[in-house]
Design a protein around this ligand. Structure first.
Ligand code: SF4
Ligand code: SF4
Length: 377
């Protein structure tokens, strides 16, 4: 394993993202403890010391599983726990960060958290945490007492918001989504450069875009890889090496679901240093990006002009975005969860045509919604 120095500590360059753990019966709350145990012990034995979970992962079972593993194997002193304050539902009267944190300590069977993040900040969430929940003095006091050792945030919004949040508090680290397909999305390349300039190291999530950059069943991508002399390099290796090559990182998280993925990732990271990405790999990635760019199936710009007039409250741009992502990567399963959550009412379309009139791209929206349903329902 390779390590990154962080304030005098050694953090493994690969972190175990515990949001896609193996489950039984397709139930996200039924984590397969024995399989996770095998992965966890292999990870510790091979030098991984950063384990990333969050309050909602696997409906709380991710934190509980990590707590049980650390307790049963007496390994709390060997590893860093990274977990997150859930930031959805702040408008509800029962939302209480202090109570949530106490519950997290209980689930994790520990008296302190090594890396604590405000989870997935977007919109006004950081402002709300500060003003409504007076979060800064509370975090500061927990840090002073050593109950939280390092404070950071994870992020899902646009670059200006990333810079504004980064500038607004004494963060020790931040976590962003980053991979070669999304290098200009959210914080992106510019966000990495900005954080580096401020001396705030970054944890990277979705380095393989939730598995989409593995390109199952995509012969065109295989051909590109071969053309660049990279036939022996897996898509997982290409994607991870791209991210690991960046400067200013704390660790790269991989949401591993099998012991096979863990072994492969550990092997890749052991050979990937900062600056490792070669010119041929870069040329290959650029060609893959071009194919992805041209694969946009529905030319929706996401302007949302269609949304307000829809009598059925259909999330039209979301439906088209999920469809395009699924088509682009030949991977409908990767979009299923978000699609099911936001687009369960597409069948309610009454074909009134209001959206079509509003759409500057002149998209035939009701017909396209049927295409989306046929692919993703
Ligand atoms: S055609 Fe369908 S999607 Fe468009 S505004 Fe009418 S109900 Fe909504
Ligand atoms: S108005 Fe058209 S282009 Fe804009 S979000 Fe709606 S469907 Fe997409």
């Amino acid at each position: 394993m390779q390590y990154q120095d962080f304030r005098g500590e050694r953090i493994s360059r690969l972190g175990f993202g515990m949001m896609r753990l193996p489950v039984t019966g397709g139930d996200q709350a039924s984590v397969d403890y024995r399989k996770v145990e095998e992965m966890f012990l292999y990870a510790v034995e091979h030098g991984i010391n950063y384990f990333d979970t969050a309050y909602p992962y696997h409906e709380g079972e991710s934190e509980r599983t990590l707590g049980r593993l650390l307790d049963e194997h007496h390994l709390r002193g060997e590893v860093n726990i990274a977990t997150k304050l859930f930031t959805l539902g702040m408008e509800k009267p029962e939302y209480d960060p202090r109570k949530m944190f106490a519950e997290q300590l209980y689930r994790l069977r520990t008296d302190h958290v090594d890396f604590y993040l405000m989870h997935g900040l977007h919109g006004d969430q950081w402002e709300t945490l500060k003003t409504r929940f007076d979060i800064i003095p509370w975090l500061d006091s927990l840090r002073r007492e050593g109950i939280i050792r390092h404070i950071g945030f994870s992020f899902h919004d646009e670059l200006p918001k990333f810079k504004a949040i980064l500038d607004d508090y004494d963060w020790e680290f931040a976590q962003i989504q980053y991979n070669y397909a999304d290098h200009r999305i959210q914080a992106g390349d510019e966000g990495i450069a900005y954080a580096r300039q401020k001396g705030v190291p970054l944890t990277i999530m979705e380095p393989l875009k939730g598995g989409s950059l593995i390109f199952p069943d995509y012969p065109e991508m295989d051909e590109i890889r071969r053309k660049h002399g990279l036939a022996k390099e897996s898509f997982a290796e290409l994607g991870l090496r791209y991210v690991l090559s960046q400067e200013g990182l704390l660790t790269v998280l991989s949401g591993m679901s099998t012991i096979g993925q863990m072994k492969e990732n550990i092997d890749i990271v052991s050979r990937a240093e900062t600056g490792c990405f070669t010119g041929e790999e870069q040329a290959c990635v650029e060609e893959i990006r071009e194919v992805l760019r041209q694969a946009d199936a529905i030319p929706c710009t996401g302007c949302k002009y269609c949304v307000d007039g829809c009598p059925q409250n259909i999330a039209i741009p979301d439906a088209f975005r999920f469809y395009n992502e699924a088509k682009r990567y030949h991977n409908p399963a990767s979009q299923k969860r978000g699609y099911d959550r936001s687009c369960s009412n597409l069948a309610d379309c009454v074909e009134c045509g209001q959206c079509e009139e509003a759409c500057p791209q002149h998209l035939e929206i009701p017909a396209l919604l049927k295409t989306v349903r046929a692919y993703l329902d």
